[in-house]
Each structure stands twice: as C-alpha cells, then as structure tokens.
Write a protein that binds this ligand. Structure first.
Ligand code: ZN
Length: 229
C-alpha cells in the first residue's frame, strides 16, 4: 500500500535500521530505501516527472568536514579513498547493470518528507538508469526510478513488466493535509492515514488536484477498497 502517511520512527521500525542517510542500498539484500524531498528548502534537487511516474533523484554530497568545507562545490563521491563504493557508487552500479539488461532492476522503497515530522510512503520504484551531470559548480549523480504497481513481495523476483504507477504530487499532498487537518475525512482519526483517490485512478480519477484526494484512516481506506472490488 503506498501513499500512506508514516512517521520517521515507523519507517525505521519497518526497515529495521535507523535511516540516518537518504540512500540505503540493499537492505536485507532484497530492496533499497531512498528518502526524498521536493520541499523548497530541501538539500537535494529531487523531482517527480512524467505525471508523477518517474523520480529523478540526486545523489549524495561529500560529507562536510576535513578538507571539505562546502560540499555543494565538491564532486559527489562515487568511491571512498579505499576504492569501496559509496552509496552513490552502489546505486550507480546497480542502475547501469539493470539498464544494460545484465541484472533485474533494484527495487527501491521511496519515503518522502512532506512536512517536518510528516512522511509519505511513495511506494516501490525500479531503479532503471543513472548518470553524472554538471551543475554550476561540480559533478552530480542522478538516478532515474520508475514507480510501479504491486511489486512489494521481496520473496518473489522483480516484476520487470509491472504496471507503471503515479505518485500523488507533493503540493497536492500538502493541500489535502491542510484541508483535512491531518485527520481521516470520515471519522477524524489522526493516525494510519492514507492519501485516497476519491474517484479511483483506474476509473479516470486524477491525482493532480486536491479535489480528488482525501485523507482516510486505515479502516476507512480498507472499507472503501473492499467496496470497489
Ligand atoms: Zn476513518
């Protein structure tokens, strides 16, 4: 289930690790985790493209300290001085072997910070490409991930033919969160919330405007999907 609201503590419990960095390659050997943000003051330039079906994720900077006083002017590192790959290097290698068809794409769970203390689980993505490009000052790693339907069972092989999925844009989530005051729009429950399409996407409903999206608690979200099926 994607597009649900989740706390940082719940994310860490679910992933069974403290998510102290934005890029976490191959947790439990079967999936990776990325933390993203498109908020105006976010430290990295992550963006959703192609109507929310594609995430372009920016790699991670050199840690501040030592010889590096301003990480934003230093090339993003692919490898440590030991030669071992950084998180950038690990994601880069996986993306490029998948692109060449040598491996199946890495499955990546994407969590998005939408407000301080409020995260949204944006679902499963496949890591399909990566490259290095120049910004004003230095070389930056970019990763391309596509949102896919129902490829959450890590005991099964990656579904290369999985249907594409749209992520609800951040500005819509923020508008809905404010309008519904962070509560289920039916019972006012404040926890286990999901961003629900009022008219389902499969029936022509849009995820691009707040009018078609509401907050529902787990119980009402489940009731609604039972009703539809
Ligand atoms: Zn409810």
């Amino acid at each position: 289930m994607s597009d649900n609201v989740i706390s940082y503590i719940e994310m860490c419990q679910r992933e069974r690790t403290s998510l102290q960095q934005g890029m976490n390659f191959s947790l439990d050997g079967n999936h990776s985790v990325i933390l993203m943000s498109v908020r105006p003051n976010a430290p990295y330039r992550d963006r959703l493209e192609e109507s929310g079906t594609t995430l372009i994720y920016e790699g991670h900077d050199m840690p501040k300290g030592g010889a590096c006083s301003n990480p934003k002017t230093v090339d993003q590192p692919i490898a440590y001085s030991s030669g071992n790959p950084t998180q950038n290097g690990k994601f880069m290698a996986a993306a490029l072997t998948a692109k060449r068809g040598q491996t199946l794409p890495e499955r990546v769970r994407v969590y998005e910070k939408i407000k301080p203390g409020i995260w949204s689980y944006n679902g499963i993505f496949h890591l399909v490409d990566a490259w290095v490009e120049r910004d004003e000052f230095r070389q930056v790693c970019k990763f391309k991930l596509i949102a896919v339907e129902s490829d959450e069972d890590f005991n099964k092989p990656v579904r290369i033919d999985a249907q594409r999925r749209r992520v609800i844009p951040t500005h819509v989530k923020l508008e809905v969160w404010a309008r519904d005051e962070g509560k289920c729009s039916i019972c006012n429950a404040p926890d286990e919330l999901h961003f629900d399409h009022i008219l389902p996407f499969a029936k022509g409903g849009t995820s691009l405007t707040a009018e078609n999206v509401q907050l529902l608690c787990a119980r009402h979200n489940l009731q609604k999907s039972d009703h539809i099926q």
